[in-house]
Design a protein around this ligand. Structure first.
Ligand code: ZN
Length: 501
């Protein structure tokens, strides 16, 4: 490694330090901070964010980058050096291509938008949110022009969360499995008596929920020497260093699922971050490569493993021991079906595996139309309800349970939703590949052994951090780009069995 390259890495690690300090303040804001700290904290976060941004786009960083690039010209594409230069160039480009004034206008519109949205949602009043959303869309449309795109302005937004993904590819993937999902949900509804969730909706003391969840994800391999769990209203995973990757969970006394599967979900994100190769620590490469790949890991451990019959054949006796009053008289099959009940619902974050992507498709299609102006903001609630009815067969009784439910649009997160669906598809695709390499994995899960699966993920995905894009990674592992077919096969096999279709 040459001198210039080392100087660049040292500079990048300082930038990362500023960024991680900001992350700690943000974690504290969501976990510990009293309400009175909100104003000062917003100012502190914004100061650190500006310092980090200025350091990244400074002449110093750019000169170091140019020098290091010359010095590492011969570095192989998949080497750490080659990847560091490639990813940093991309980061610097993204941070500089949008004029500072527009960035400031967007930040302000988002802050205001979030406030207006929270109030509009509380009052179930979409009209109050309309002007703020229109302003955000106008500014984001300008941002897309600066970010650049080939086919559709939406590509510019997608590219920030899922580099390389385009609107036309998302559309193709969604069109390829939308009707199959709709058919599956309709078929299941004719047999809805085969699964109900009464057993998980009893009273479950929170301290025991916490202990059980922690035990499960420790078995998965989430390393608590390098992590911890706290409570937060909106659960998340956050990384301060490879040795400090934290998760948060929300507990509901009268419903077992949110904390249990939420803990598995966030632990899936955390294991990805903990599994990045130590040599990448402190650099821009030391984190998950895209939101879709990240979500593939949370979904894998939450659903593919955590909602499987094999997993519960091992874990259920322990859960019964933890909650004898609630579960002693409930057999494994009844419990297994209760956590895998499919039923159309209004709220995305509570959706089951089969309806989840349909929720995303509604949002994706509306976002696309909003970005081009084909759909007026004023007509959004009506368009939402129409699509909802055609895909899920139900109409939200209020906008609060419909178009106003998500935080994303008020925070300018256009193009974010498809990454959740991509995560579901990739989880099935990667799992299939892991099984091809190690057919014993399901049996091992049935014995509470998760090492083979986790190690396969670590070697093939985690360790690379951001060295490869989601497409490159998926090609390397599975020999194809992201596909929806494996996800559909997985759902059909599982739910044909559960619902006796
Ligand atoms: Zn997630």
């Amino acid at each position: 490694m040459g001198e210039k390259y080392q100087a660049l890495v040292a500079r990048l690690s300082e930038i990362r330090n500023v960024d991680r300090a900001r992350a700690i303040l943000s974690w504290d804001q969501q976990v510990n901070m009293p309400r009175g700290g909100a104003k000062a904290r917003a100012a502190q976060l914004s100061t650190l964010s500006r310092i980090g941004h200025d350091m990244l786009i400074s002449d110093e960083t750019r000169h170091l980058l140019q020098d290091a690039e010359k010095e590492t010209e011969d570095a192989a594409y998949d080497s750490v050096e080659g990847s560091m230069i490639r990813v940093t160039k991309r980061d610097v480009h993204q941070a500089t291509c949008v004029p500072t004034q527009l960035v400031a206008d967007i930040t302000e519109a988002e802050a205001l938008g979030h406030q207006v949205w929270a109030e509009a949602r509380a009052n179930n009043n979409f009209a109050a949110f309309e002007p703020a959303l229109q302003r955000i869309l106008d500014l984001k449309r300008q941002e897309a022009d600066f970010l650049g795109f080939v086919e559709h302005p939406y590509d510019a937004f997608l590219d920030q969360y899922e580099p390389g993904m385009t609107a036309s590819r998302v559309k193709r993937l969604f069109d390829a499995h939308k009707s199959e999902l709709v058919e599956l949900v309709v078929a299941v509804s004719a047999h809805s008596d085969r699964a109900n969730d009464a057993v998980v909706r009893q009273s479950y003391p929170i301290d025991k929920q916490r202990a059980f969840g922690l035990k499960m994800v420790s078995n998965y391999g989430y390393d608590f020497e390098r992590g911890r769990q706290d409570e937060a209203v909106h659960p998340f995973c956050i990384t301060f260093a490879q040795g400090d990757v934290r998760i948060t969970t929300r507990f509901t006394e009268n419903y077992l699922n949110p904390a249990l599967f939420g803990t598995m979900h966030e632990a899936g994100h955390a294991m990805y971050e903990q599994g990045v190769a130590p040599e990448l620590e402190g650099t821009p490469l030391s984190r998950g490569t895209s939101l879709g790949v990240h979500e593939s890991q949370s979904r894998l451990w939450e659903n593919v493993v955590g909602r499987s019959r094999n997993f519960w054949s091992w874990a259920y006796p322990q859960l019964q021991d933890t909650f004898p009053d609630q579960l002693k008289a409930v057999d494994l099959e009844t419990f297994y079906r209760s956590i895998n009940r499919i039923a159309p619902s209004y709220i995305r974050v509570e959706a089951d595996e089969a309806t989840y992507n349909l929720h995303i498709m509604v949002r994706f299609e509306l976002e696309m139309a909003l970005v081009t102006g084909a759909l007026a903001v004023h007509d959004l609630p009506k368009a939402w309800n129409e699509r909802f009815e055609s895909y899920l067969g139900i109409v939200p009784p209020t906008d609060k349970e419909g178009v106003l439910q998500d935080i994303h649009w008020s925070s300018g997160l256009i193009g974010y939703f498809p990454t959740y669906a991509v995560g579901n598809m990739l989880a099935a695709q990667y799992y299939r590949q892991a099984l091809a390499a190690h057919p014993t994995i399901p049996d091992e899960i049935g014995q509470g052994k998760f090492d083979t699966l986790r190690e396969w993920m670590r070697i093939n995905i985690y360790q690379h951090g951001r060295k490869f894009t989601a497409d490159e990674l998926t090609q390397r592992i599975t020999g194809e780009p992201v596909e929806c077919g494996y996800f559909v096969d997985y759902l059909k096999a599982k739910y044909t069995d559960i619902y006796g279709l």
